[in-house]
Design a protein around this ligand. Structure first.
Ligand code: BG6
Length: 460
């Protein structure tokens, strides 16, 4: 059922894994001042209780880690480049050679094992200077800085890296402006106009970089990356159905723009109804027409919506109303494998371009006993989701690949905990920062290895 060339693999992000936050000329990123993730406001400067400063030390252990990925049979490895390793402030003309060299080595290691690298250019790690001195993506100048950054990477790794993602979960900026857009103000203090102008700058930057990627190498494949949270009506009432539809339209507008190259009507109306008019610079409309080659997305959970204001629960950054028919993870994320088939079908019917699931997984507490973790709960979660991917493929959806999130344990984005683990590989590090950083194979390690070897044949 899975096509022969299906890209199986795993995904991480620089700020959650690398550590070495100030080594080899790296500048600070917004993550270095977010010791509690999105739970509390950022600190003035980095504090040692921030687990991301040292992460899981991927910066020094990438060889060992990539060898473990290769042992599982990975065909693709998705990672992000820390922008502030390459441009420590973000606004320089010339890159930091030591930062580039680190990723030269990561890519070489992938090549050694026949693993296709997939790079996210911006994964919640805007350089801190761009956030604090420029106001993050509210400032148009970031478009030019981002172009320079992307051109630097794409030129250097021409022919070696083919898969590029622009902004991780680009729609999350509407809910988490600091994390996602480096905007150093609480959301309540931002007007809708400021927020959507910042979003416009990201759209333009994403399109500009897509253009650059294709100019540098026509074989480059660029994807947008959206946070997919299917929104079901809480009841069959037409009001609830419309509420769910409208809220998903606003989310999916981020994909529409990348695929169709223009603002969808529903977004234009939403902005006009709220008195917002977006400032287009000369050439923006043409730039936006440089559309993506594929749509990638993360999928962890679905939610409900109702017009009569239900109880909004925990969730992956954007949240929604609790679905009474589903159970949830310990962190309140509602588990819904069929929602993944639903999202794949929705996106395919809408856009008819290839899809790539670049994040999916279960955050859970693990217990290391006798050098391993019996993580049957994780195997069950992943199995059930992958079965639904198989169903979607049978429905006729083109799916390029699947990279499970946090294929090695790393620091959580929303809570900055180590104990919220996703990996096939256990990393000995605890929430208080203690631990040897040693790596251990979990039971799911062998299971995923078999999934890949059998091309999904062992799923049930
Ligand atoms: C996605 C992010 O929202 O979810 C990742 O792209 C993040 O960076 C993942 O780690 C899981 O979320 P969390 O908060 O459990 O780490």
């Amino acid at each position: 059922m899975f096509p022969k060339n299906f890209l199986w693999g795993g995904a991480i992000a620089a700020n959650q894994a690398e550590g070495a936050y100030d080594e080899d000329g790296k500048g600070l990123s917004i993550q270095d001042v977010m010791p509690r993730g999105i739970q509390t406001p950022p600190t003035e400067r980095p504090t040692e209780d921030n687990l991301k400063l040292h992460g899981i030390d991927f910066y020094h252990r990438y060889r060992e880690d990539i060898a473990l990925f290769a042992e599982m049979g990975f065909k693709v490895f998705r990672f992000s480049v820390a922008w502030s390793r390459i441009f420590p402030r973000g606004d320089e003309d010339r890159p930091n050679e030591a930062g580039l060299r680190f990723y030269d080595n990561v890519i070489a290691e992938c090549e050694k094992h026949g693993i296709e690298p997939m790079i996210t250019l911006s994964h919640y790690e805007t350089p801190l200077v761009l956030a604090r001195e420029y106001g993050g993506w509210t400032n148009r100048r970031l478009v030019g800085f981002f172009e320079n950054y992307a051109r630097t990477l794409m030129t250097r790794w021409r022919g070696r890296v083919r898969y590029w993602l622009t902004f991780n979960e680009i729609n999350s900026i509407a809910h988490q402006p600091f994390l996602s857009g480096g905007i150093p103000r609480p959301i309540e203090e931002l007007s809708l106009g400021e927020l959507y102008q910042a979003i416009h700058h990201e759209y333009v930057a994403s399109a500009a970089v897509t253009k650059i990627a294709h100019e540098i190498d026509p074989d480059n494949k660029v994807g947008c990356m959206i946070l997919a949270v299917p929104r079901y009506p809480l009841t069959p009432s037409p009001e609830d159905v419309r509420e769910a539809q409208w809220r998903s339209q606003l989310d999916i507008a981020f994909g529409d723009l990348h695929v169709r190259g223009e603002y969808p009507g529903v977004l234009r109306r939403y902005l006009a109804d709220n008195g917002v008019s977006i400032e287009f610079a000369d050439g923006d409309a043409e730039l936006l027409r440089h559309t993506v080659d594929f749509v990638s997305f993360s999928y962890y959970m679905s939610v409900c919506e109702t017009a009569s204001g239900g109880q909004r629960g925990e969730g992956n950054l954007i949240g929604g109303v609790v679905n009474p028919t589903l159970r949830a993870s310990e962190w309140g994320w509602q588990i819904d494998p069929k929602g993944l088939r639903y999202a794949l079908n929705e996106f395919w019917d809408r856009w008819q371009i290839p899809l790539f699931i670049v994040e999916n997984g279960l955050g859970a507490r693990d217990e290391l006993i006798d050098g391993t973790v019996e993580d049957d709960y994780r195997i069950a979660y992943l199995n059930d989701h992958l079965v639904q991917v198989g169903e979607a493929i049978a429905d006729g959806v083109t799916v390029l690949g699947y990279t499970s999130w946090g294929c090695i344990d790393l620091v959580s984005a929303s809570t900055a905990q180590m104990s919220k683990r996703y990996g096939f590989i256990y990393v000995d590090r605890n929430d208080d920062g203690s631990g040897s950083l040693k790596r251990y194979r979990k039971k799911s390690f062998d299971w995923y290895k078999e999934v890949i070897a059998s091309n999904g044949g062992n799923l049930s």
